[in-house]
Design a protein around this ligand. Structure first.
Ligand SMILES: *Cc1c(COP(=O)(O)O)cnc(C)c1O
Length: 483
């Protein structure tokens, strides 16, 4: 399609055009002062675009077609678990009985959703191997904050103030951010060259001032740290709590349970693991599961099943940290998570983990000659490669940009190590798609040898090419400019 075909809505209209035609109103217009105070009235009507219906439809259709999505393209964005969201989830979430509810409706009116939420929180506790779950947090980061608040309340109940939280140097940026929000100092623990936690460094740094050790396992370089039981022991010996960042649950669903390997508190990213479309930063949900000794501090209200079998909300929890979300959480996302979990069942969830791990290891094995992985296999559901292209001047960013020309979403870049690509195929891609990705990656490596300029100046097929990334996020200018 010619790029001239994408003007702004303001540029395609002309005066008097309108996308709807309504009959004359027979309600008299309210004029003059009184209805709206005059100082609030604009001097001129706003300069809204005036566009006919078909042009309007085409405009938005074209914009929608420019969006990168899993429905259209492969999306191996590490740490984000960009898996296919089965259509049935959308169907279920859009059912009028769910979609048209209002949080102020009485409990007797909304027994269906209450039962769903109750069952979901029990399912998540079972998957976590922990005692109880709150569904309130609105995202993974929000779950981290909630979990740390629960842990802080636990320490406070024992008369302890513990100002420090430890996390490996591969931790996601939200981990230290959550510590700061909760008024805790975040301290980095070294990783060894095999990507695992350096236990000596942990032993030195964990002390009676440590509230928690936050670990992501499998971690962000895609390795499962099998020292986890030792880590739990070291942390617990000092009275600290073991917090699991559950963003990578996709790799261990049904294989192992965090509660079984010593975790006291964790969050899920339901939008990652349990399939809600979450490009562009939302929406999500970050349920938090805790062990028995932390239950009394969970947020209220909690959804409960009463003795008579009905469902309702309870705020009867004197030690609670209170409410962390308006109303009851991101219900639409939670409905999708429930639909996904029930559709798959126990064996299906286990199959998710097995296939996600197989897909990542397959890609790593097929790519390793051209894209070296700095850690020994096996990997979990993702892996990092640090491509090296000698003096070609080509960087990880260039590879990512060139992938766009081939219709593939760039992997995560330069996290958690500089100049790496973090590749996560997920379980939902076919062997044919994985093989095409391998072919494209090898083709790009060949291009680097043949014609590095084509890679360095990619993408070539998009409406905008290389942006000043800082300026693009601070001062976005979405106007199409003819060049
Ligand atoms: C995505 C992610 C988070 C943050 O989760 P959000 O739901 O985006 O707030 C935290 N840790 C890791 C490892 C992640 O991948």
């Amino acid at each position: 399609m010619l790029q001239e075909d994408h003007p702004l809505l303001f540029e395609i209209g002309s005066e008097g055009l309108c996308a709807v035609s309504l009959s004359e109103s027979d309600v008299p217009a309210v004029k003059g002062t009184g209805a709206i105070p005059s100082e609030l009235l604009a001097d001129e009507p706003p300069p809204l675009p005036e566009v006919g219906e078909l042009d309007l439809v085409r405009h938005y259709k074209r914009l929608a077609q420019r969006c990168f999505s899993i429905d259209a393209n492969f999306y191996p964005l590490g740490s984000c678990t960009m898996k296919y969201n089965p259509r049935v989830n959308e169907r279920v979430a859009a059912m009028p009985g769910f979609a048209n509810l209002h949080p102020y409706q009485g409990e007797e009116d909304v027994q269906g959703i209450l039962e769903l939420l109750y069952r979901l929180r029990c399912d998540l506790a079972e998957i976590a191997g922990l005692a109880e779950t709150t569904l309130q947090p609105a995202a993974g980061a929000h779950g981290e904050m909630t979990g740390l608040m629960v842990i802080n309340a636990y320490h406070a109940s024992r008369g302890e103030h513990r100002p420090k939280v430890l996390a490996p140097d591969t931790a996601h940026g939200t981990n230290p951010a959550s510590c700061a929000i909760c008024g805790r100092e975040s301290i980095s623990i070294r990783s060894k060259s095999d990507g695992r936690v350096d236990l000596d460094d942990l032993r030195v740094k964990v002390d009676e001032e440590t509230a928690a050790f936050m670990i992501t396992n499998p971690n962000t370089v895609g390795v499962f740290d099998e020292q986890i039981a030792d880590i739990a022991e070291i942390v617990h010996a000092r009275g600290a709590q073991l917090y699991l960042d559950g963003a990578n649950m996709n790799a261990i669903l049904g294989v192992t349970r965090p509660g079984d390997f010593g975790v006291d508190c964790m969050h899920f990213n339901t939008h990652k693991t349990f399939s809600t479309p979450h490009g562009g930063g939302g929406p999500g949900a970050g349920p938090v599961a805790v062990a028995e000794h932390l239950r009394e501090f969970l947020p209220v209200p909690q959804v409960i099943r009463r003795d008579d079998g009905s469902f309702g909300w309870s705020s009867d929890r004197p030690g609670s940290i209170g409410k962390v979300r308006s109303f009851y959480g991101q219900i639409g996302v939670l409905v999708r998570a429930y639909a996904y979990i029930r559709a798959l069942g126990c064996d299906g969830l286990r199959d998710v983990a097995d296939k996600a791990v197989l897909a990542a290891n397959y890609l790593a094995a097929r790519l390793k000659d051209r894209y070296p992985v700095p850690f020994p296999p096996p990997y979990a559901h993702e892996f990092v490669t640090v491509p090296e292209f000698g003096d070609s001047g080509v960087s990880d960013v260039d590879i990512a940009k060139r992938l766009i020309d081939y219709g593939i979403h760039p992997p995560t870049m330069s996290f958690p190590i500089h100049h790496c690509l973090m590749i996560e195929p997920t379980e939902t891609e076919s062997l044919a798609t994985l093989d095409r990705f391998v072919r494209v990656m090898i083709e790009i490596a060949d291009e680097v040898e043949r014609d590095p300029e084509v890679v360095r100046t990619a993408p070539h097929t998009t409406p905008v090419k290389r942006l000043d990334e800082v300026l693009a996020s601070r001062k976005p200018d979405v106007r199409w400019k003819k060049t």
